[in-house]
Design a protein around this ligand. Structure first.
Ligand code: PGA
Length: 254
């Protein structure tokens, strides 16, 4: 049986109140589709509760872009998975490469931290989207599969092995760091090879999304690639028209 694809939009640090119009437009656009894919928008924290209200009653789910691994406490500026669930989120991205990288404003998240965040998400009733993927240097060195498989194994909660229902709710997003925001996605055969490696590690119940320069122009081919259970879209999720076109592409591949 074909798994229903998931199309997720990661708004990153974009979006003031006016961006809520885009979320409402996505909800309206999906209502016009027969049997749409599962669609999630992940706005910044400041818009989360507003967007939950904006899309209430529609086929759109709302996710956050990160969470802390603890329930509460003295962690200035942090947001727990329980708070996200309380605000109406159903998904949370964890381990995005922009949060794994150590420098600057990013979190410097290790695999162990990413796993703890995914576990916190599950405990709060959220579905984690666990991101993995190699850098350009790792790919050029021929290490893409090894590095990514190691990341998945170390970031993926153990509980999934015993609980297929939970594993079916969660996703892995394969996002080669070099393809994010680059404008060019990998060749489809490279995506298929990486997805096969990841799927072997996480098991058949989990959707493996592809992310990195997904656009209306390449979404159809990517979503038709073997092992691709959906897409995680950055830049092209900011305009409802582009994002809906990508969601529409998923429809053609039941
Ligand atoms: P992009 O970002 O679609 O803008 O390349 C994807 C992501 O970082 O999730």
């Amino acid at each position: 049986m074909a798994i229903r694809p998931l199309v997720a939009g990661n708004w990153k640090m974009h979006g003031l109140q006016a961006a809520r119009t885009e979320a409402r437009a996505v909800a309206a656009g999906l209502a016009a589709m027969t049997d749409p894919p599962e669609v999630v928008v992940c706005p910044p924290y400041t818009l989360l509760a507003d967007v939950v209200r904006d899309v209430a009653g529609s086929a759109v789910d709302v996710g956050a872009q990160d969470c802390h691994w603890l329930e509460s406490g003295a962690h200035t500026g942090a947001v727990s998975a329980g708070m996200l669930a309380d605000a109406g989120a159903r998904y949370v991205i964890v381990g995005h490469s922009e949060r794994r990288r150590p420098e600057g404003v990013s979190g410097g998240d290790t695999d162990a931290v990413v796993r703890a965040k995914a576990e916190a998400a599950l405990a709060a009733g959220l579905a984690p989207i666990v991101c993995v993927g190699e850098t350009r240097e790792e790919r050029d060195a021929g290490d893409a599969e090894t590095v990514t498989q190691r990341q998945v194994a170390a970031s993926w909660p153990d509980v999934f092995a015993a609980e297929p229902d939970l594993a079916a709710r969660a996703c892995v997003a394969y996002e080669p760091v070099w393809a994010i925001g680059a404008g060019v996605a990998p060749q489809e055969e490279d995506i298929a090879a990486m997805h096969a490696v990841i799927q072997t590690t996480v098991g058949a119940a989990t959707r493996v999304l592809y992310g990195g320069s997904v656009k209306p122009g390449n979404a159809r081919a990517i979503l038709a690639t073997d092992g691709v259970g959906g897409v995680l879209v950055g830049g092209a999720s900011l305009a409802a028209s582009d994002f809906l076109e990508i969601a529409q592409s998923a429809l053609l591949h039941p």
